[in-house]
Design a protein around this ligand. Structure first.
Ligand code: FAD
Ligand code: SF4
Ligand code: SF4
Ligand code: SF4
Length: 386
């Protein structure tokens, strides 16, 4: 049976929870707010299925010949609502038009993040835009298998570990399954997100009515804002580099431990298509950068190419040399290094520390860092003169 001795060895994908035939596995939150499996020994029959399904325990290999593209959805409104170039919606629409089902991450009514599925184009909006915390998979792999066994097309979207978890949960290939992952920086803790949202709501004296981690409303794609709208009509809008939650995320303070030694970031992926922001597009193909969002689309398989060809007329798209395409996006195949202050951040936050002060302490704004660097340079110069 599955036994998580060391937290770094569990990415929280929930494949074990989905596969257990006896319902002996429960996903339990730790003190940082990340879920880990807990086995009920009374119910467990030692069948070993959970270990077989765990993507962290089983080394899976694939040889791809990936192609990279810079893409923009021609529908300007959808692109505005999306993180990058709005390509997820095009892929999902193609699947639904074929009678298929789409799985993705959405907010629930309390702004927690869960995986669910939908079968209607008008319901795709809930999955648009990145939610920067770990999505709770629930029983989505089991649900996806039911649709696949009925012969329905399924597009399953998520992080690279979700995709490998679904593959090992299924244990065989399905012609009707399409897999789309993302370039993944890592996932912050749902508890940190809850604390941050509570902090914002306390300052606003009002509950959240809508939220975007990647708002392009009043700015460009690369200078995106974190944007909260509250029930009393007030708003919090902040350039992401000045927002406390985003700084904690981007400086790896709030990440799951397994994300700091991620084995799923690699050229040869199990997904059919990988989506990302095309960071660096202005250097590679400036004509594809209009400030409204450009997607990097990596096509990993023949099936991915067939799906991609179906949406060709609905986007502006140019192929880019693979190495140039990933050059601006280190998270494609480089893991996010552990922040040595992460444990202190979590424990001080848990003990009631003020979110903004903790982010200022452990993930200072770049302007503060620049000032500090200048100070250090000044001191070094003085020392060298003596
Ligand atoms: C946690 C996280 C880290 C990321 N890190 C990077 C990075 O380092 N570099 C980079 O270029 N891109 C990163 N991305 C991907 C990027 O932000 C966009 O999701 C991607 O470019 C797709 O954009 P789009 O405009 O085509 O579609 P959108 O409509 O914005 O795409 C939404 C898609 O993202 C999925 N999604 C949203 N939130 C989650 C979540 N919490 N977990 C799993 N899936 C989710 C939805 O299911 C849907 O498939 C990250 C995304 C997430 C969620
Ligand atoms: S060994 Fe079998 S019964 Fe026991 S927890 Fe794992 S999957 Fe469930
Ligand atoms: S299957 Fe996923 S959740 Fe279960 S132990 Fe392995 S990595 Fe953790
Ligand atoms: S960084 Fe790796 S382990 Fe963490 S969520 Fe992304 S794919 Fe999964």
């Amino acid at each position: 049976m599955i036994n998580v001795d060391d937290k770094i060895s569990c990415c929280g994908c929930q494949a074990c929870y989905n596969i257990c035939p006896k319902g002996a596995i429960e996903m339990v939150e730790d003190e940082k707010g990340f879920k880990y499996p807990k086995v009920d020994n009374e119910k467990c029959i030692n069948c070993g299925l959970c270990e077989k399904a765990c993507p962290m325990l089983n080394e899976a290999k694939r040889e791809n010949n990936p192609r990279a593209f810079a893409c923009m959805n021609k529908d300007e409104e959808i692109r505005k609502q999306s993180t990058s170039g709005g390509i997820f919606t095009l892929l999902a629409t193609a699947i639904i038009n074929d009678g298929g089902v789409v799985f993705g991450a959405c907010f629930d009514e309390d702004f927690g993040v869960h995986h669910t599925y939908c079968e209607k184009i008008e319901d795709l909006g809930q999955y648009r835009s990145s939610k920067y915390l770990q999505s709770d998979i629930g029983l989505s792999y089991k649900n996806a298998k039911e649709f696949l066994d009925q012969g329905r097309k399924v597009l399953f979207t998520g992080t690279p570990c979700h995709i490998e978890a679904l593959k090992s949960f299924l244990g065989k290939d399905y012609d009707n399954l399409y897999l789309q992952d993302i370039i993944c920086h890592g996932v912050p803790s749902p508890l940190v997100w809850d604390k941050y949202r509570a902090y914002r709501e306390e300052i606003a004296s009002s509950k959240t009515s809508s939220m975007s981690f990647r708002s392009k409303k009043d700015t460009t794609w690369s200078s995106y804002n974190v944007d909260f709208e509250f029930k009393d009509g007030s708003e919090y809008k902040k350039y992401h580099k000045y927002d406390a939650y985003m700084r904690a995320f981007l400086k790896h303070l709030s990440l799951r431990e397994a994300c700091t030694e991620c084995k799923f970031k690699r050229n040869n992926r199990f997904s059919d298509i990988t989506l990302a922001d095309f960071w660096g597009i202005k250097n590679v193909k400036p004509e594809m950068d209009d400030g409204k969002g450009t997607s990097l689309v990596i096509v990993n398989s023949k099936k991915g190419q067939e799906l991609f060809d179906k949406i060709n007329d609905l986007m502006v798209c140019e192929e880019v040399e693979f190495d140039k395409a990933i050059a601006g996006n280190p998270s494609f195949n480089t893991t996010s290094k552990a922040n040595p202050n992460s444990d202190k951040f979590f424990s001080e936050l848990k003990n009631g520390g003020d979110f903004e002060s903790l982010a200022n302490k452990y993930a200072p704004k770049s302007s503060t860092i620049t000032k500090m660097k200048r100070k250090v340079k000044g001191i070094i110069k003085k020392v060298l003169k003596k």
